[in-house]
Write a protein that binds this ligand. Structure first.
Ligand code: CAA
Length: 258
C-alpha cells in the first residue's frame, strides 16, 4: 500500500508508523485514519513484526481530528458514515503491542489516539489535552472515558471542561504516560523498547497485553480468574519450557513463539 499521510518503515522486528501531515500538525483526517487502519492491519498480518510504534513530529503527535472535515458533517452524515468507529479504533483492536511515542501536541483525537495505544512514552515537550469543549463539542474518540481511567475524575473532568493542557511531567505524575524522555531521544527510545518486547515469546506478550486490558473491562475477581487461566495456559507452550530452562542454564532463551 502507498501511504500519503504517514510513513511506514520496518526496523528489525518493529514497525514504525510516523504520522505525516506536517502542515496541519498531523490533524487526523479520514484519509490518514484509513491509512493508519491499513498500516496496523499490515503489522498484525506480518509475522516478522512483533510490536508497533506510532509517532508524529517533534511539534505534534497529532492536534486532533481534522476540524475542517468535522465542520462539514451534520448528524446524518456522522451517523451514517459511522464517524470515528469506522476507521479510528484499530490501534485499540490490535493484538500486538502498540506504543505511542508522543512529542509536542497530543490534543483531542491526538490524545485519544495515544490512549488507544498500549502505553505512551512522552518527550519532555509533550502536551496532552481534550480541547473539544472550546470548539463546541465533546471528546469523540474515547477521551472522556480513557482519560478518566488513566488520570482519575478530577483531572479528566477539569481537562474536558476547560481544555487545559497537561505537560509531560504532569502527565507522568498522573499516570497518563509510562515515562518521559528528551525529545531528541524519543523515537529511538520507543523503538528500542518495542524491539525488546518483540524479541520476547509472542504468546506470552499477547497474553500479558490481553490481561492488562482485561483489568479495564471487568471486576477484580473476574480479572484474576482470567489471569490464572492464561497463566496456566502458558504451561502448554514450548516457550515456557525454553524460558525456564534457559534461566536455569544461565543462557539466552531461543523463542519458538509457540
Ligand atoms: N484540524 C485541522 N487543522 C488543524 C488542526 C486540526 N485539529 N490543528 C491545527 N491545524 C492546522 C491549523 O489550521 C493551521 O493551518 P494553516 O497554517 O493552514 O492555518 C496549522 O495546522 C498550524 O496550526 P496553528 O497555526 O493553529 O499552530 P499554533 O502553533 O498556533 O497552535 C495548536 C497549535 C494549539 C495545536 C492549535 O493548532 C490548535 O488549537 N489546534 C486545534 C486543537 C483542537 O481543537 N483539537 C481537537 C479537534 S476535535 C477532535 O479531536 C474530536 C475528537 O475527539 C475525535
Amino acid at each position: 500500500m502507498t501511504y500519503h499521510n504517514l510513513k511506514f518503515e520496518i526496523r528489525d522486528n518493529v514497525a514504525l508508523i510516523t504520522l505525516d501531515r506536517p502542515k496541519a500538525l498531523n490533524a487526523l483526517s479520514s484519509d490518514l485514519m484509513d491509512e493508519l487502519t491499513a498500516a496496523i492491519r499490515a503489522c498484525e498480518a506480518d509475522d516478522a513484526v512483533g510490536a508497533v510504534v506510532i509517532t508524529g513530529s517533534e511539534k505534534a503527535f497529532a492536534a486532533g481530528a481534522d476540524i475542517g472535515e468535522l465542520k462539514a458533517h451534520d448528524f446524518s452524515r456522522a451517523y451514517l458514515e459511522d464517524l470515528i468507529t469506522r476507521n479510528w479504533e484499530e490501534p485499540a483492536r490490535a493484538r500486538k503491542p502498540v506504543i505511542a511515542a508522543v512529542a509536542g501536541y497530543a490534543l483531542g483525537g491526538g490524545c485519544e489516539l495515544a490512549m488507544m495505544c498500549d502505553f505512551i512514552i512522552a518527550a519532555d515537550n509533550a502536551r496532552f489535552g481534550q480541547p473539544e469543549i472550546r470548539i463546541g463539542v465533546v471528546p469523540g474518540a474515547g477521551g472522556s472515558q480513557r482519560l478518566t481511567r488513566f488520570v482519575g475524575k478530577s483531572k479528566a473532568m477539569e481537562m474536558c471542561l476547560t481544555g487545559r493542557m497537561m505537560d509531560a511531567d504532569e502527565a507522568e505524575r498522573a499516570g497518563l504516560v509510562s515515562r518521559v524522555v528528551p525529545v531528541a531521544e524519543l523515537v529511538e527510545e520507543a523503538v528500542k523498547t518495542a524491539q525488546g518486547i518483540a524479541e520476547l515469546s509472542r504468546p506470552a506478550v499477547l497474553a500479558a497485553k490481553e490481561l492488562v486490558n482485561t483489568a479495564y473491562e471487568t471486576t477484580l475477581s473476574e480479572g484474576i480468574r482470567a489471569e490464572r487461566r492464561l497463566f496456566h495456559a502458558m504451561f502448554a507452550t514450548e516457550d515456557k519450557d525454553e524460558g525456564m530452562a534457559a534461566f536455569l542454564e544461565k543462557r539466552k532463551p531461543k523463542w519458538k513463539h509457540r
